[in-house]
Design a binder for this molecule. Structure first.
Ligand SMILES: [Fe+2]
Length: 185
């Protein structure tokens, strides 16, 4: 379950409270339960699933994709697997550590591990959101945000797209507040 962190070091785990704060920038956070299945658990445990294993893994979540296609017009999805042994992981992540926006929505469904989204709220204050397995997040186009990993540097997430062109970072230059690290599980 997601945790919201504030610049004064306080936290919130109350979903309604978190959703209320994030809605100020149009962010939607939902809980989508992870299916309980032995084969899925085995696939989720792989750091580097093969293309076939990745498709097998995505197949468990196709009903969600079908709904997104119908309701929001999403056209494609893929699986992102980040882990400490990934070549140039830090270089890859560096693109998203600074405040940026996109011309398309950034939609992520975390199915394993953890990630951290930061947001600049309309009053200029900043928050960080820890997202864990089962958290679905929609960061709307134009919302100023950043993304990083926890110290474990491990996450698997499904990305949903309407088009690939819109999904590049446009940097805003806003300095990111140094937030207190989230505790490791
Ligand atoms: Fe982004």
């Amino acid at each position: 379950m997601a945790i919201l962190s504030f610049t004064d070091g306080t936290r919130s785990t109350d979903h309604q409270n978190i959703q209320g704060i994030l809605s100020r920038v149009g962010v939607r956070l939902e809980r989508w339960s992870i299916p309980s299945d032995r084969n899925l658990s085995a696939l989720l445990a792989l750091d580097r699933p093969s293309p076939k294993e990745a498709e097998d893994l995505l197949a468990f979540f196709e009903p969600r994709f079908a709904t997104l296609k119908e309701t929001l017009g999403y056209q494609s999805r893929d699986l992102v697997c980040l882990h400490p042994a990934l070549p140039d992981l830090d270089g890859l992540l560096a693109r998203f550590l600074s405040c940026h926006t996109h011309d398309d929505d950034e939609i992520r469904y975390v199915i394993d591990g953890a990630g951290i989204f930061g947001f600049v709220l309309p009053d200029g204050s900043q928050v960080e959101l820890l997202v864990l397995a089962g958290d679905y997040i929609n960061v709307p186009r134009g919302a100023e945000h950043w993304f990083r990993l926890t110290a474990e540097k491990r996450v698997k997430a499904i990305r949903y797209f309407t088009s690939r062109e819109g999904w590049v970072p446009v940097y805003t230059g806003t300095p990111v507040h140094p937030f207190t690290e989230f505790a490791q599980s």
